[in-house]
Design a protein. Structure first.
Length: 318
């Protein structure tokens, strides 16, 4: 009878400690985005586990450790170390699961940070995938935005891409080599810190490949099949897919490539599209970078951002 009471006491204590630790640990892991990334090849109901913290096993380890030390201390002092085997077992498998989860939630993951309006997503096989905030984007996924709809793709806290309305982009990834294939519309990119030597981020259209290192700007595809890149701060290298020529585009410049050839022009405040202007208006550090590097009047861009966005949306709707 005494042994049964000890077992029950151990179970109750382990439960209480685990619940108490979990109350603080789980929200912390969610804020750190240490969540599961569920692939779309399984049953649809399994997708509900998307974002579930992957290192939650830590709270069970703590619960077991406290129980072993609190209720098994006398046995340990008497030379009975059997309870330590239970603790060692929990520690080994806990560390293994933590290592695996760290591999599945790296900062280099492309994620669909947020969406506004109607945004659709398809996998590499063309199958529709449910859109969820913070979900991981795998190589071959295609994002499409409708009119007055926008999507944000993040790599980490220093690399953000925003898709304009009526834009279609395919995600390609191989290790730390990332590529966005823009087949229609335009996207705004803001890389506030230079990429490491092992990272690459290319934005590809039908006519050019833009290598982004640490800069901001807009890549666009025209209805006639041409494309262009506008740089707001920093410098990018652009490769022409027709000639193989590499061109440098600096802050305050726009490079256009199409059937009529290649042309570089100077940017004006009016050239900044509304969907990008509202991002500039909301980011003071980005404004400082653009002002210092391009000479554009960021005050004017910020002050007219909402009106410009509304005008652009009205124009696309018409």
């Amino acid at each position: 009878m005494q042994m049964i009471i000890q077992y029950l006491a151990a179970a109750v204590l382990a439960f209480l400690v685990t619940a108490l630790v979990g109350r603080f640990l789980v929200p912390t892991l969610r804020r750190m985005k240490a969540g599961q990334s569920i692939k779309d090849i399984g049953p649809t109901w399994h997708m509900s586990k998307q974002g579930t913290p992957t290192m939650g096993g830590i709270m069970f380890i703590v619960g077991i450790a406290v129980t072993v030390l609190a209720l098994g201390w006398q046995n340990l002092r008497a030379g009975d170390y059997s309870a330590l085997f239970v603790l060692a077992f929990a520690l080994v498998f806990g560390l293994l699961s933590t290592a695996i989860s760290a591999e599945t939630a790296t900062a280099a993951d492309m994620r669909l940070q947020s969406t506004t309006g109607t945004v659709s997503l398809k996998n590499a096989g063309g199958k529709s995938v449910s859109v969820r905030e913070g979900m991981k984007l795998y190589s071959g996924y295609t994002i499409s935005t409708s009119a007055k709809s926008y999507a944000y793709v993040s790599l980490d806290s220093t690399k953000v891409v925003k898709l304009d309305a009526s834009t279609k982009v395919e995600v390609r990834k191989s290790g730390s080599k990332l590529e966005l294939l823009v087949s229609s519309g335009e996207l705004f990119f803001n890389v506030s810190a230079p990429l490491s030597s092992s990272e690459t981020l290319n934005i590809r259209t039908s006519t050019m490949v833009t290598g982004v290192r640490g800069t901001s700007g807009v890549v666009s595809v025209t209805a006639t099949g041409g494309s262009g890149v506008s740089i707001y701060d920093g410098t990018v290298q652009v490769k022409s897919l027709a000639s193989g020529e590499n061109l440098s585009v600096s802050a305050g410049e726009r490079l256009s490539m199409g059937q009529s050839g290649t042309a570089t022009t100077e940017l004006t405040e009016a050239d900044v599209p509304g969907f990008a202007a509202v991002e500039i208006a909301a980011d003071e550090s980005l404004q400082e970078r653009i002002s210092a590097d391009s000479g554009l009047d960021v005050g004017q861009i910020a002050d007219t951002a909402e009106q410009k966005l509304a005008a652009d949306e009205a124009g696309s709707h018409d």
